[in-house]
Each structure stands twice: as C-alpha cells, then as structure tokens.
Design a protein around this ligand. Structure first.
Ligand code: DC
Length: 277
C-alpha cells in the first residue's frame, strides 16, 4: 500500500459549512450548547447520508477487545488482498500520548479536542504500522504501550474527542480500492457501510498473556488492566465496543493466527465473489 498521512487539524467541517444544523462549527468542533451524546448521533447520521452518495471502496472492519489479535489479523488480510490497513486505536493512542506529553488533564474534553486539532502531530498509515508522529518524531513504539492504551481508553469516552477523530478515520477510506480497518466501533460507527464486518474475541486471560509476553509485563496486572479497559470501552455511552448485528464473531481462543486469517479471508472472498456474480 502507498503510505497515507492524516492530519486531524486539516480536516474541514462537512460540506465546508461553518456551522451545520447539528451545531457543528469550523473544523468539525461542536458549537456551544450542543449536548454531546445527541449531537454525536445526529452528526454521524448526516455524514453517513453524505458518504452514501459517493462511490465506496471495499471495506472490511475488524473490531474487538484489547489484544484480541485485531492488528495482526487485519494487517495480514490487507496484505493478502493488496489493500490499505488502518488501526483506528492509533488515533486514540496518539492523541492520548500527545495530551500526556502536554500534561493536559485527560478529562478536559475541550482541551483534548484542541490538542487533537493541533498541527504538531499526525498519523501515517503504512502496510506495517499505523504510525504516530509528534513534533516530527516517530513515537509509534511508545504509543503502542499498554499504559498508553489505558489513557487512550479514558479519552475515547469523550464524545467530542470521538467526533474530532471520526472524520480523520473516515479519510482513510478515501481514494483507496479497499481498506481493512480495526478498532472498537469500525463496523458500527466509522464504517457502518462496510461489506464485511468481523468481531474478534478471545478469553481475557489469553489476550492478557499475549500482551504481557509482548511487553514483558506482569501477567496478573495486565489481566486486571485489560479487563478494566474492556469494560470501560464496552460500557461508554458514545460508540461503545460492540459486535453489530451484521458482524461475524470469531472466538480465537482455540485458533492459530493462520486459522483466524483464513476464516476472515474466506468471508471477504465470498463477499467479493457474490458482488461480482
Ligand atoms: O485497539 P487499541 O488497543 O489500540 O485501542 C486503544 C484504545 O482506543 C481502546 O481501549 C479504546 C480506544 N478506541 C476506541 O475507542 N475506538 C476505536 N475504534 C479504537 C480504539
């Protein structure tokens, strides 16, 4: 795939308007008095109306809890099909890292949104990684740490933060033939029009063991932290992690990496075949 850069601050409000009826202001910020939960729903509905008017690439979404293998599986599917790949978690991790470095209170929604739109960070999608750059430095490996995942989960419950990142995530599907996107709400909110939706899950202890091994962390601490993060991601009011009604749930606990990839690839190839017939 060709590397693609997304700068959140460069994205204009839908249709270039200064303020839509839903209260969205310049650069997609919410106008004063717009209550986040309702507005979030109205705005994404408006954006979905707009997006159905244009030709769409083939989109595969892979959602699921922490360390369920979403990144490695989705990257491999994209490689096999010659499509683009994006980890939407990198947007939340990147912003959480930027806020942490700037010593901004992660509960201060307006301050975090302002940071999201600052010019000093951007995302670069490559075939191997969804990279985060801060002040010209590639900080992807620091951003990938479990501690930053915990901070990312915190800011991801803020509706205005989700809105600020939503448009940027949707940009990843512009001008591409196919996109494999992984995260928590890719099939439900970011790309509800996706042709194939997968929800990957696995036993919490196995997922934590995978992450603890990768990062050389204490297992029981990692189990506790991931359980807390998954509960937070699944119960937040805005765009919670969930399998949509039209998604295929795959429990990877008893499966090898190759078996999971083959199951997902079969789903995609079957859909491609049904479209071309
Ligand atoms: O997939 P990950 O571990 O990189 O994600 C880090 C956090 O970002 C996750 O705990 C919740 C948030 N996230 C989200 O809310 N929505 C997404 N589509 C992706 C990630």
């Amino acid at each position: 795939m060709k590397d693609v850069e997304v700068r959140i601050g460069d994205l204009a409000a839908p249709n270039g308007s200064e303020q839509t009826k839903s209260g969205r202001g310049p650069n997609g910020t919410l106008g004063a008095g717009s209550e986040s939960q309702g507005s979030f729903k109205t705005i994404i509905a408006e954006q979905d109306e707009v997006s159905t008017q244009t030709e769409q690439p083939f989109i595969v979404t892979i959602d699921g809890p922490a360390a369920s293998g979403k990144s490695s599986v989705s990257r491999e599917i994209a490689r096999r099909l010659g499509w683009n790949w994006v980890s939407t978690g990198a947007f939340y991790r990147g912003l959480a890292y930027v806020a942490y470095k700037a010593e901004v209170d992660l509960k201060d929604e307006e301050a975090v949104v302002t940071l999201a739109r600052s010019a000093n960070w951007f995302i670069r999608m490559t075939a191997e990684e969804t990279c985060v750059f801060l002040n010209g430095q590639n900080v992807t490996s620091e951003v990938g740490k479990e501690e930053i995942g915990t901070l990312a989960s915190k800011i991801s419950s803020l509706p205005k933060v989700r809105l600020a990142l939503l448009e940027a995530q949707r940009q990843c599907a512009k001008s591409v033939t196919g996109l494999v996107a992984e995260g928590r709400d890719c099939g439900t909110v970011v790309f509800p029009q996706a042709q194939v939706k997968v929800f990957l899950t696995a036993r919490a202890e196995d997922r934590a063991a995978r992450r603890a091994l990768e990062e050389g962390r204490d297992l029981s601490k990692t189990i506790d932290e991931q359980k807390r993060r998954d509960a937070q991601d699944a119960t937040r009011k805005t765009a919670p992690m969930q399998a949509s009604a039209d998604s295929n749930t795959i429990d990877t606990t008893q499966l090898s990496f190759v078996e999971v990839v083959e199951k997902v690839e079969d789903l995609v190839r079957a859909k491609l075949a049904s479209i071309s017939n």
